[in-house]
Design a protein around this ligand. Structure first.
Ligand SMILES: [Zn+2]
Length: 202
C-alpha cells in the first residue's frame, strides 16, 4: 500500500506533537494546508519561525519578552511595586491580570503547575528562581494566583510551605472563581473581586 508522500506525513507528525492535537486533527490540518492558498501556509511557517527567533523569556519573572531585551517591560518598570509578587501559571495569566489594570506589583510565571500524574515536579517549574526572589527580602507579599484547580491549589500550598522560612505574607485569590477553570476564562468582575478579596493562606 502506498503511503502518504513524505512532506505530508512529516507535517502530520509535527502537528501531532502539539498538545490537544490527535492523529485525526493533524491529518485534517495537513490536508487543509495542502489545499489552501499558499499565503496561508507560508504565513504560518513565518509566524512559527519568528516566534522563537524574536521572543525569549524574561530572566527575572519568566514572562514572554522580545528577544534582545534584558528583561520584560513589567520587570523593567521602576514604578511597579517591588514588594508585591503575583505568581501565575502561564504568561497568558499575566496578560489577563494586566487587563484589569489594578495590580501594580510584579509577577512570576511558573510555566505550569505541579502534577504528579503528568510527572511534573518542582524542578520542572520556575520555583527555584521564585524562592531566590523571595530570599532577597524585598518582597512582602506573594499572591499565589495559580488556577483554582486541584493542581493549582496543590501548587499554591506547596509554594506557601516553601516560603514559610522567609516570613513573607502569602495570599490566595478569593473563592468565587470557577473551580477547575482557568484565570483566563474568568470574567473581569469576578477576577477583580478575587484579587481584591484575596485571603491570607493558613
Ligand atoms: Zn519580567
Amino acid at each position: 500500500m502506498a503511503g502518504l508522500p513524505e512532506p505530508v506525513q512529516d507535517l502530520i507528525t509535527a502537528l501531532e506533537r502539539l498538545p490537544g492535537i490527535g492523529p485525526k486533527t493533524a491529518s485534517r490540518l495537513a490536508f487543509y494546508l495542502l489545499r489552501a492558498p499558499e499565503d496561508i501556509s507560508t504565513g504560518l511557517a513565518e509566524a512559527l519561525f519568528a516566534l522563537k527567533r524574536n521572543t525569549s523569556f524574561c530572566p527575572v519573572c519568566f514572562n514572554i519578552t522580545l528577544a534582545g531585551q534584558p528583561m520584560c517591560e513589567i520587570c523593567a518598570d521602576l514604578e511597579r511595586d517591588e514588594s508585591s509578587l503575583c505568581v501565575v501559571e502561564e504568561p497568558l495569566d499575566v496578560l489577563v491580570l494586566e487587563r484589569l489594570g489594578v495590580y501594580k506589583g510584579r509577577y512570576h510565571v511558573l510555566h505550569g503547575v505541579l502534577s504528579p500524574i503528568e510527572g511534573i515536579g518542582p524542578d520542572d517549574l520556575k520555583i527555584r528562581p521564585l524562592l531566590e526572589r523571595v530570599k532577597t527580602g524585598k518582597i512582602k507579599e506573594v499572591i499565589l494566583a495559580t488556577n483554582p484547580s486541584m493542581e493549582g491549589d496543590a501548587t499554591a500550598l506547596y509554594l506557601r510551605q516553601q516560603m514559610l522560612p522567609y516570613g513573607v505574607r502569602t495570599t490566595r485569590l478569593a473563592r468565587g472563581l470557577p473551580v477547575g477553570g482557568d484565570l483566563e476564562y474568568a470574567d473581569q468582575n469576578t477576577l477583580l473581586r478575587a484579587l481584591s478579596g484575596r485571603q491570607e493562606m493558613s
